[in-house]
Design a binder for this molecule. Sequence first.
Ligand SMILES: [Zn+2]
Length: 277
Amino acid sequence: MAKTLPPGSKLWLLNLGYLDVDASALITGANVWAPHLPPQEHDRRELVMIAGLIHHPDVGLILFDSGSCEDVIANWEPHLNECTPRVWDKSTHGLAEAIAATGAGTIRDVKAVVLSHLHNDHAGGLEQFIDSDVEIWCHEEELKYAFWACATGIDRDLYVPHYLQPDRFNWKTFNRESFEIWSGITLHHTPGHTLGSITMELMLQESGSVVMTGDLFHVKENWEDGKPQGSLMRDFAAWHRSWDYVKHLVNTKKGKVLLGHEQSYFKQFPISPKYLA
Ligand SMILES: [Zn+2]
């Protein structure tokens, strides 16, 4: 039986800006039309970049995902900036600014970071923790794949070297299907979108189970209809197994679900400076 987070724990959800993305990356079959049809309207999605900030009395502040780096022009591939433009205002979407706006502390008070996976729109904010002793947690498979992808140039669009440096971060990994990392916080290995993607489950005292899926589900069609991802999918069979696993988790715990980038789900939660307890 999973423990709850200790009394006094809080969860803030942070809006770290938006990405304008072609739906074919997110949903299998999107923007594919029968050849006899006239040109159809192209489906694009405005994806919100989300982070969670947790105050855990035993640990201090814990960050789940970190959004993009600040300077995407310098650090992202040019065609990615052209085809997946970011809409971002540092005064509200900057990681340090968004954390400060919660009233829980500053970015220097963060004691640990947990990353759903190491893509550039979730792990780019790690640049704020270079050369610090803040623990940076992810699944072992994700760390291995990200460094391999970066070193070989395979999947180089999505894994960027400026935050994938072996000796400038305090990297920590786990390698289990499920791992209670701190009291009331469980990490589940849910591969598919990437090999080492994880889902974070919080068991809050008042709000109950909150399940943050990361990019296992980018948008509601992935989660609700079981439509697998498009060009951003890395393991089709694993994705379907993970979908079943998370459905079971949510059904048995009656969890509130937060998808990786779906705005309509994000808006159902209290948004920082409001919080869940
Ligand atoms: Zn991703």
